[in-house]
Structures are given as C-alpha cells and as structure tokens.
Design a protein around this ligand. Structure first.
Ligand code: XMP
Length: 514
C-alpha cells in the first residue's frame, strides 16, 4: 500500500525488527519491514523518505553475512543503522569492525557526547539496551563518534552531510529509556517526516485501493468469524464496494453469549453487506457427540467449518475475490511478505480460497499490527465491544468444555462466562486483564441447594495478564470481585454448583484448558 511518507526497514534477521516498525508508526510515520536483500532499484522505486537497517545475528565478517549494495548510501536517503546495521555501514563505507573485548548484553549506560541532532532532547547519559559481540572500532571517513560506553568506544556515529546515523544499542526496545526520542529525532530531524500518518488516512488509502483492485463491478467473498480482524476487513471492504461484498458467517453454536447476534446486527444494520448467516450448530453438536479428546474436537470443528462454508459459497455462484484478515505479524513471521499469501488460521482455512477456485486475495490488514487493526475498527465506526474483543479461539467454547461437548454444557459455560465478563467490566478491569473466561471442568461434585442434594459441575475462572499470549501470569483479581462472580454463577447458572480459580502461569500451563 503506497503511503505518502514511507520508512523502509531492511531486516537482517534481528529479533527486534518488528518493534522498530512499531516505534516508527507510533510516531505517526508509516513503516514497512522488507528483506535485507530487496534489490536497490526496488527500494528506490518505493520512494522511502528514510531507511533503517535492523540488527541481526550474523557477524559482518562471516562469509555469508548479509550485505547491501553500498550505492544505497549515495541515494540521498537518510539511513539509521542499528547494531548489525551500524557495523555493516561501517564496514561498507571504509571503517573497521572488531570483536569487542567483552560482549555487552543488557542495560548499559551510554554517554552521549552531544545533546543535539540524533540525541536532541536526550540526557548526557542514558540506559540503553545492548546485545552485541562485534563493534565498530574505527569510523568510516566523514563520520564522527557521538556516543560511547565503558566497553564500546563507538556506541554511535553520524555523518551529517550524508544523513547517516548509526547506533550500537537498540532504540526500539523499551529498556532503552530514551529510545523513542532517538527514533523521533531520526524521523523528524534527519528524514523531515511530518508525522501525519493516521488511521483515517490509512482507511482512506485502503478503501481507494480496494476500489481500484475490485473495479466497477467486481465482487468479494469474506469468511466472517465475528472476531476483530475479519470484522474490520468487512467494514473496510463495505466502505469501498458496499453490497458487492458478501460475508458468510458460519455460526457453530459455540460463540460467547450475544456475539452471534451482535455480528448479525452490525453487518445487517451498521455495515449492511450481503450477509449470509449459516446456522450450523446442529451439525457441529452432532459431529462432536461422544468426542472428548481436544485435538479431535478441533479437527472436527475445522472440517465442519470448511464443509459448511464451501456449501454456502457454492450456492452463491462465482465471486471474484476472496478477502481475509491476515495481519502484519503473520506476514513478518512467515518471511517478510515475500512468501505466498499467509492465511490467518480461523480453524485452518488455509487452503480454502484455492479450493474454492480463488486466485486473488484481498488482505487490507496485511500491513497492520493488532492494536492498529483495533484503532482502524474504531475509526470505521465499529462498536467498541467488538473492536476491543479479547482473543477467542476459532473452535470457540468447545475447547472450554472438558470432555464431551453438548448444547447443555455449552449453555453452562456461555452463561457463566457472560457473568464473569459482566463483573470484570463493572469493576473497570476489562482493559487491564488481557484474557478472562470460564471453563466447564469435567468435575462434578456433591452440593446442597435448598434442601436438595445436588451433583453438578465445577466452573473454573481463568484470567491472565500477558503482553504476547506466549507467556502469561494469572491475574490478581480482587477477592470481592471473585466472591461476586462465584455467588452469581452458582445462583444464576443451572447445574453449576462450585467455582474454582486457576492460579497457574503460562508456562507450564497454557491459557486455555482444552
Ligand atoms: P494457549 O491456550 O495456547 O493460547 O496458551 C494462547 C492464545 O491463543 C488463543 N487460541 C486461539 N486463537 N485460534 C485462535 O485464533 C485457535 O484455535 C486458538 N486456540 C487458542 C487463546 O485463546 C490464547 O489467547
């Protein structure tokens, strides 16, 4: 997607490359990560206003070390080299790179020799994140040293005439206290960015591009799951081509309370696309009968979903394009967007477009991070509850029911989950706890209700705080909140007679129980 002001980030395989893109975008400047070996002509054709060279695991002296065409430095485009990007710049422009006496790793105090230019507004000494074995030992001609540490005499260097800046530390990592300021300085002082990239500007460009791609009378098919990504795609494409977008919503009967109706309401009233709701819950419950093994449940739901979707799509006749909610982390993780289309896995719809005969994909969120997708959704006018929805697994409540899935059990977990969500929201914690839900454990136990003996289910509360969902801590919810939730669940949900709290971190436990 062509943006007015573009920063290209050449990726040398560093673990923080995505973060560079995020930091730049947080400064309202559009950025994209591209592979380090993108041909120079292609780089120039994108007309970047600045280029950032990322870190990477190689040593510049390795035989197979990634190299770039040194003509890049003569193109009149400001360059910021970070870690490996700095060392490569030094080597290619006539400086020297040597093994450091001591490997630097972690927070290191960097002394800045000036408080102007790249370091404008920063302190004379600042904690920065370092991770390197090699370092620049001599600047190339035309460069001067602007920062040092106890072990690293050239912690940063600059050539003002050519607008090339390099830092050995990682400004993109939050442990680097003034990292964002440094990136801002590069963007605004060296590249002359105006910082006018906003979600409404992105939406405008995306809508225009969808119109151009689809043409005057082209049609688009989208599998709408009700999750954030596919909903934002639907809203965006609706704004571009209206009812020429057909959304197929396969309702497997395993969504959370109210979600299915909300999806129907939004896409028949707020964004009135051509909307097909396929109520297939009976089929899913029939096929899940007697199945207790979690992977088998997932497999059955994935297979049924594809079958139902295919049947609905066949009934629609030929549509021109298939749209999906692939987002930027999927693209980067799969190898820089050079690979064939990456499929966002909502129950394994991987091969679906091909199977249905689609050769062209529309993926308007391909360049956005999750929080940007949410911001875009708000900009487009989607309801807040939908836009800020917590992650929800494709197979839905089926994996939150331990043992056999039945409509009755789905009702128990759905109702208890709704109570938990209501109380978390009422306590004002919904934006602080990253994921929270109830689980219908397989345990039944004896209780007493009124004068009657009961033998009913145990509900577990799971609530976690996490940045990335790869690791998580259990949320320290207030006791009185837990007490309210527990009391309401046993009082209001038939066949729930006991509530327990999951106090396990991930790892070793996963977030979902399955
Ligand atoms: P676990 O249970 O592995 O979950 O700790 C990590 C995160 O992934 C979500 N999850 C899924 N998301 N499709 C999805 O889109 C799925 O099949 C799926 N399974 C788990 C889970 O809710 C948690 O946020």
């Amino acid at each position: 997607m062509q943006q007015k002001e573009l920063i290209l980030i050449l990726d040398f395989g560093g673990q923080y490359t995505q973060l560079i893109a995020r930091r730049v975008r947080e400064c309202h400047v559009y950025s994209e990560v591209v592979p380090w070996n993108m041909p120079l002509a292609d780089i120039l054709a994108r007309k970047p206003i600045g280029i950032i060279l990322s870190g990477g695991p190689s040593s510049v002296h390795d035989d197979n070390a990634p190299r770039i065409d040194p003509a890049l430095y003569e193109a009149g485009i400001p360059v910021l080299g970070i870690c490996y990007g700095m060392q490569l710049t030094a080597l290619l422009l006539g400086g020297a790179v040597e093994k450091a006496k001591e490997r630097e790793y972690g927070r290191v105090t960097v002394r800045m020799k000036e408080q102007a230019g790249l370091f404008g507004g920063m302190q004379a000494a600042s904690n920065c994140w370092m991770s390197h074995t090699w370092q620049v030992s001599a600047c190339p001609p035309g460069f001067r040293v602007i920062a040092e540490t106890d072990n690293c005499p050239v912690a940063a260097m600059v050539n003002e005439d050519k607008k090339i800046c390099c830092v050995q530390f990682h400004p993109e990592v939050t442990h680097t206290e003034e990292g964002t300021m440094l990136i801002r300085n590069f963007l605004f002082r060296f590249c002359g960015c105006s910082g006018d990239w906003t979600m409404s500007a992105y939406a405008e460009t995306a809508i225009k591009q969808i119109r151009e791609t689809v043409g005057e009378d082209g049609t688009v098919l989208l599998a709408l799951s009700g999750g954030v990504d596919s909903s934002v795609v639907a809203a965006l494409i609706y704004k571009a081509i209206g009812k020429r977008l057909t959304c197929v919503f396969v309702d497997h009967g395993l969504l959370r309370k109210g979600e299915s109706d909300q999806v129907c309401h939004v896409f028949s009233h707020l964004f009135p696309v051509r909307f097909i709701r396929s109520d297939a819950s009976e089929r899913f419950f029939t096929d899940l009968k007697g199945v207790t093994e979690p992977e088998e449940k997932r497999h059955i739901i994935g297979r049924d979903f594809i079958e139902v979707f295919k049947k609905e799509a066949a009934a629609l006749g030929k549509l021109d394009y298939f749209a999906q909610g692939t987002i930027y982390p999927d693209v980067i993780e799969s190898g820089q967007g050079t690979n064939a289309a990456v499929i966002k896995s909502h129950h394994n719809v991987g091969g679906l477009p091909k199977e249905l005969g689609f050769t062209e994909l529309i993926e308007p969120l391909r360049m956005l991070f999750k929080d940007e997708v949410r911001a875009l959704g708000e900009t487009l006018g989607l309801p807040k509850e939908l836009v800020w929805r917590q992650p929800f697994p494709g197979p839905g409540l089926a994996i939150r029911i331990i043992g056999e899935v039945t409509p009755e059990k789905a009702e128990i977990v759905r109702e208890s989950d709704a109570i938990f969500r209501e109380e978390i929201a009422a306590a004002g914690l919904d934006r602080h706890v990253n994921q929270y839900f109830t689980v219908l454990t397989g345990i039944q136990s004896v209780g007493v209700m009124g004068d009657e003996r009961t033998y009913d289910y145990t509900i577990a509360l799971r609530a976690v705080t996490t940045d990335d969902f790869m690791t998580a801590d259990w949320a320290r919810l207030p006791y009185d909140l837990i007490a309210r939730v527990s009391a309401r669940i046993v009082n209001e949900v038939p066949h729930a007679s006991r509530v327990v709290l999951d106090v396990t971190t991930k790892p070793p436990a996963s977030i979902e129980w399955e």
